[in-house]
Structures are given as structure tokens and as C-alpha cells.
Design a protein around this ligand. Structure first.
Ligand code: ACO
Length: 445
């Protein structure tokens, strides 16, 4: 199969969000900390009427319906999530209810913090390129409800889901190079099974993300040179020549602006002559120290500012307005880039993508735009999804979170939250309602 890649995308953005400006006021935080300091504008959230099953079912059923997908022509379905409800039964098995008589569909859930969606994508691409491929397409569904206990991490929550149709002859084609970095760290994890909230060492997790980016980029670069792929963009060496645009995993938009700068810093460490205006001493400073060095950060954020605005900022429109979608974050960011740059600007371009999951698992990979994106972009319909939603008050946000806390870990639960703001496509919502209100899953379509 040729040009294996993404053929269709569906993004589910919850119908409620809270303004970060209002949250700053409500939390008694100095104005600007969440909006400028973290780069976040609105944070999507859901109450006890939605869960990972409803998010995934909605994204998938819309993908199938809007792209008129023949569900018999899907041979693989994988899910990425860290919003677990069941420690054994995969979300994927619930999604099979949308496939009619087709039960010959490989794949289960992939779990490692925010990385599961990318793991599912790589499995799907690998399957299509393998000898066991049966000629059909694959679908990946990823999504999460990101919530933190009260404190500095709380404004970096969010929610959302993305579904991707993957197959040959796609307009968004995966390059054959991936550079990864895996390690054993406790930066963010969910060891408290009695709570929906993660245990997070915030600043440590940021430096883990940056280190994982460095090593993944190094591995990607070495493989690119070895495979001779450098020649695709001329004699490309370095971030600015290798990639035309970027989509990152987005814990906060601020971290992404620093991460883009960090890629340029990596190039500078390898070849200080690339940026003669920068103090050469920064190239030789101790590597571990460079991870948190403010001078390195400031220098390269300033140096990369214009390029960042052109090449990365369009991919942050969704993340700044939804917050972290965890496994769906990097794919929501790609959707944002496609939607806000548009078809013409992206033709022939290469997009560098970075996926990070705490714990940790990270991969830097790339896609190239080789076909028409018009239908994909029209279907994303992002402006409408961001505009036509309820901007709730911080009090309403907290009420919703309280409902989720009451629900968490219960075996039998009657949801109490309002369903008024839910979009028609996402009714009925949680599995609880599904079993009591409507046993026919086809109503999700
Ligand atoms: N106006 C403008 N900027 C401000 C203001 C203000 N009034 N006040 C603070 N800031 C800036 C700070 O200078 C800082 O900027 P810098 O990053 O350039 O130094 C920024 O806002 C954040 O302030 P901190 O004091 O560093 O923030 P804090 O320690 O309260 O928390 C953190 C930030 C660690 C990111 C926290 O939100 C967190 O733990 N988030 C969750 C963890 C996370 O997402 N990790 C990333 C990878 S793992 C994953 O995806 C889940």
C-alpha cells in the first residue's frame, strides 16, 4: 500500500467551557497567570452526563456518518485513552456496537497517559504496512476528560475526543521515520484508584516533556539522515528546513512555544554556526542544566517567535480553547493546524508532530500533505464547534466537577447533571443512560 495516512478526521469538542480569565478572578490568581503564563483561553469540561464511552461513541459515530464510511470496510479499531472506567473491558469493545454485523475488527485500548492515541495510530499504520493486512482501513479513536485537584495544575485540564480514519492513498501521509524516547519516571500518574485526579509533579513533568522532545528529535534526525530522507526538503538539516509546520501534544500552549524554541536550541547545540547571534557558550552548557535554564529558554523563544507564529500558532487555536485533551491533544492540534491554515497553504508541506505521555512515552514523527484536504477541513467545522458552546461560570464548572467526584468509582449511579447544553449528536450520553434510556446504540448516529 502507498501513502498510508489519515483519510478523515472527526473532532468532538464538549459543549461547555469555562473562561480562564474568569477562573483567574475566581481563584484569586494574579491576572494573566492562566491566560499569558500558561497560554490558555477557555477550558472545556463535562459533567456527570458524559464519560469516555460517550465521547468515543460520539466522535466515532460522527466520523462514520459524516464520511459515509462502510463499516464492513474497517478491519482495525484501536482506542487511546487514560480516562478508564473499567480495568479489563476495553472502550474499543463498546465501540463495536457501531459496526453492525462486522465483528472481524482487530485492536483494543492503548494506555499510557497522553500517548495512547499515538500508539493506536502507529499500530494501525504498521498493520496496514504488514503482511497480515487484509486490505481494509483502520480507525483510531482517542479522547479524555482531563481534570486536576484544586491547585496550580487545575487550569491545565480540558476534555475532547478525536477519531481518525487511516488507510492507503490518504492526503495526510505518514513519513516512515519516527524517533522515540521511553523512560521510567513518576511525573504524572494515576496511582490513586479512588480518584479521577492524577498525581502530578508539575515542574518535573515539564522538564520530562522537554527532555523527551530532545531525545526523540535526536533519534528522528539520525534516522532521517540514515534513510536519506533529508533530501525531500532539499538538503534539509535542522528544524526550520526539515518541517514546515508543527503539531505538539499540548499540556499548555506556553509549553509548546518553549518546545518549538527547544528544537531550534537542539540544532544550535549540534551546530552553533546556525545562529551566530547567540552566545556560543549556550551550546556547550551542561545538558541537564539546559533543560531548566531560563536564559536558554528566553533566548530561543525570542529567536523563534516569528517562525512560531507562522508555523505553530495555528495548531494551538483548538488547544488554547479546549485545554488538554490528553490522548487526543496532538491530534486536536493537527486538526487545528489543518483548519486554520487551510488546504492551499498546506499542499506538499511536512508537519513535525510530537506526542508525549507521562510515565513516560514519547515519539517525534511527521506527516506530509499529498492530497486535497477540502473535505477534511469542511468536516472539522472547528469555528462552529468553538463558538456554539456554553461558556459557563467558574461556579458552574465547579458544580460539574463535584458531580463527577460523586460519580467516580460508583457501581450504580443516577446522573444528576443538566443535559441542556449537550449537542444533539452526543445524546444519549453516558453508558448509564445508554442502558436505561436507549438500548439501541444506533441512536448515536
Ligand atoms: N501574568 C503572566 N504570567 C504569569 C503570571 C501573571 N500574572 N503569573 C505567573 N505567570 C507565569 C510564570 O512566570 C510562568 O511562566 P514561565 O513558565 O515562562 O516561567 C507561568 O506563568 C506558570 O507559572 P508557574 O508559577 O510556573 O506555574 P505553577 O507552578 O503554578 O504551575 C504547571 C504550572 C506546573 C504547568 C501546572 O499548571 C501543572 O502542574 N500542570 C499539569 C502538569 C502538566 O501538564 N505537565 C506537562 C506534561 S504531562 C501532561 O500532559 C499531563
Amino acid at each position: 500500500p502507498q501513502n498510508v495516512g489519515i483519510k478523515a478526521i472527526e473532532i468532538y469538542i464538549p459543549s461547555q467551557a469555562v473562561s480562564q480569565v474568569e477562573l483567574e478572578k475566581f481563584d484569586g490568581i494574579p491576572a494573566g497567570k492562566y491566560t499569558i503564563g500558561l497560554g490558555q483561553t477557555n477550558m472545556a469540561f463535562v459533567n456527570d452526563r458524559e464519560d469516555i464511552y460517550s465521547l468515543a461513541l460520539t466522535a466515532l459515530s460522527n466520523l462514520i456518518k459524516n464520511n459515509k464510511i462502510d463499516t464492513n470496510n474497517v478491519g482495525r479499531l484501536e482506542v487511546g485513552t487514560e480516562t478508564l472506567i473499567d480495568k479489563s473491558k476495553s472502550v474499543k469493545t463498546i465501540l463495536t456496537t457501531l459496526f453492525g454485523d462486522n465483528h472481524d475488527i482487530e485492536g483494543v485500548d492503548n494506555i499510557n497517559a497522553c500517548y495512547g492515541g499515538s500508539a493506536a495510530v502507529f499500530n494501525s499504520v504498521n498493520w496496514i504496512e504488514s503482511s497480515s493486512w487484509d486490505g481494509r482501513d483502520a480507525i483510531v479513536v482517542c479522547g479524555d476528560i482531563a481534570l486536576y485537584e484544586p491547585g496550580p495544575a487545575r487550569p491545565t485540564g480540558g476534555a475532547g475526543a478525536v477519531a481518525l480514519l487511516i488507510g492507503p492513498d490518504a492526503p495526510i501521509v505518514f513519513d516512515s521515520i519516527r524517533g522515540s524516547y521511553f523512560d521510567h519516571v513518576y511525573d504524572f500518574y494515576k496511582a490513586n484508584l479512588k480518584s479521577e485526579y492524577p498525581l502530578v509533579d508539575g515542574h518535573f513533568s515539564l522538564s520530562c516533556y522537554v527532555k523527551a522532545l530532545d531525545y526523540s528529535y535526536k533519534a528522528y534526525s539520525q534516522k532521517a539522515i540514515k534513510k536519506g530522507v533529508e533530501s525531500i526538503n532539499g538538503d534539509a538539516v535542522g528544524t526550520t528546513k526539515r518541517f514546515d509546520y508543527h503539531a505538539f501534544h499540548v499540556p499548555s500552549c506556553k509549553l509548546v512555544s518553549k518546545s518549538y524554541a527547544r528544537l531550534l536550541y537542539n540544532d544550535f547545540r549540534a551546530d552553533p554556526s546556525l545562529y551566530p547571534e547567540v552566545d556560543a557558550a549556550l551550546a556547550t552548557m551542561d545538558y541537564e542544566a539546559s533543560l531548566t535554564d531560563k536564559n536558554v529558554e528566553k533566548t530561543f523563544v525570542a529567536l523563534s517567535k516569528q517562525l512560531f507564529n507562522e508555523r505553530v500558532a495555528p495548531a494551538l487555536q483548538v488547544p488554547t480553547n479546549t485545554g488538554n485533551m490528553y490522548t487526543a491533544s496532538v491530534w486536536g492540534s493537527l486538526s487545528s493546524l489543518l483548519f486554520y491554515k487551510g488546504n492551499d497553504a498546506l499542499q506538499g508541506k511536512r508537519i513535525g508532530m510530537f506526542s508525549y505521555g507521562s510515565g513516560l512515552a514519547a515519539t517525534l514523527f511527521s506527516v506530509q500533505i499529498k492530497g486535497d484536504l477540502t473535505d477534511i477541513i469542511a468536516n472539522l467545522n472547528i469555528d462552529d464547534k468553538l463558538t456554539n458552546r456554553v461558556i459557563a461560570t467558574p461556579e458552574q464548572y465547579l458544580e460539574s466537577i463535584a458531580l463527577r467526584e460523586a460519580l467516580y468509582g460508583q457501581n450504580s449511579y443516577e446522573p444528576k447533571g443538566s443535559i441542556e447544553s449537550l449537542r444533539a449528536a452526543s445524546l444519549p450520553t453516558s453508558m448509564t443512560q445508554m442502558s436505561t434510556l436507549d438500548p439501541d446504540p444506533k441512536s448515536f448516529q
